[in-house]
Design a protein around this ligand. Sequence first.
Ligand SMILES: *[C@@H]1O[C@H](CO)[C@@H](O)[C@H](O)[C@H]1NC(C)=O
Ligand SMILES: *[C@@H]1O[C@H](CO)[C@@H](O)[C@H](O)[C@H]1NC(C)=O
Length: 192
Amino acid sequence: MSSLLYVFLLFAAFISHSGAARPATDPPVKDMYNNPLIVGIRYFVLPLTPGGGGLTYIETQNTTCPGTVVQDQNEASRGIPVKFWPSVQSTTVNVSTDLNVQFPDYTIWRLDSFGTDQYLVSICGVRGNPGRETVSNWFKIEKFQFNYKIRFCPTVCDECRVMWRDIGVFVKDGKRILALSDVPLMVLFQKA
Ligand SMILES: *[C@@H]1O[C@H](CO)[C@@H](O)[C@H](O)[C@H]1NC(C)=O
Ligand SMILES: *[C@@H]1O[C@H](CO)[C@@H](O)[C@H](O)[C@H]1NC(C)=O
């Protein structure tokens, strides 16, 4: 065997081995007391960035949806809790999994465009039916340093071309609006 071919085969073996090293399922997200997040249970989403409190929503004008997800103005407020509903059957809320995020009054998060270059999180989504029609209704929780971040990177539709970006905060008229951002909002979860 030529030594060049041998090097190639070694390299190919390395690649397939590192591919197989990925865990079969993504692990559960943990709350602030290190318990796994459970599907359908209410959790406060607590940002660790100073300047605002937990998550809530406000009425907005000139937006596609009249309700927009924001950080509470009061830094001491935990906001209102959410429930997470994965796109696939699961008892735990796992990282990197497509999730519907629901406030207690049945409103579901959705990504909406705002102006020409902003995308913000509204409450006009619908629950379930993963696929092309609902692609803007799915969010993921990802590990971020020792905590978590929320990301818009739906994988409920193979042929949909959507931008994959983190959810951060866009400040407008003093309101801390959740929006696509290059600076992710670092969060942790507390059972309500
Ligand atoms: C979530 O994680 C749990 C525990 O590791 C696992 O049993 C379950 O199958 C996972 N769910 C999904 C949808 O991957
Ligand atoms: C909504 O749009 C109208 C028309 O462009 C504008 O006059 C008004 O100030 C806007 N309201 C807000 C709250 O931005």
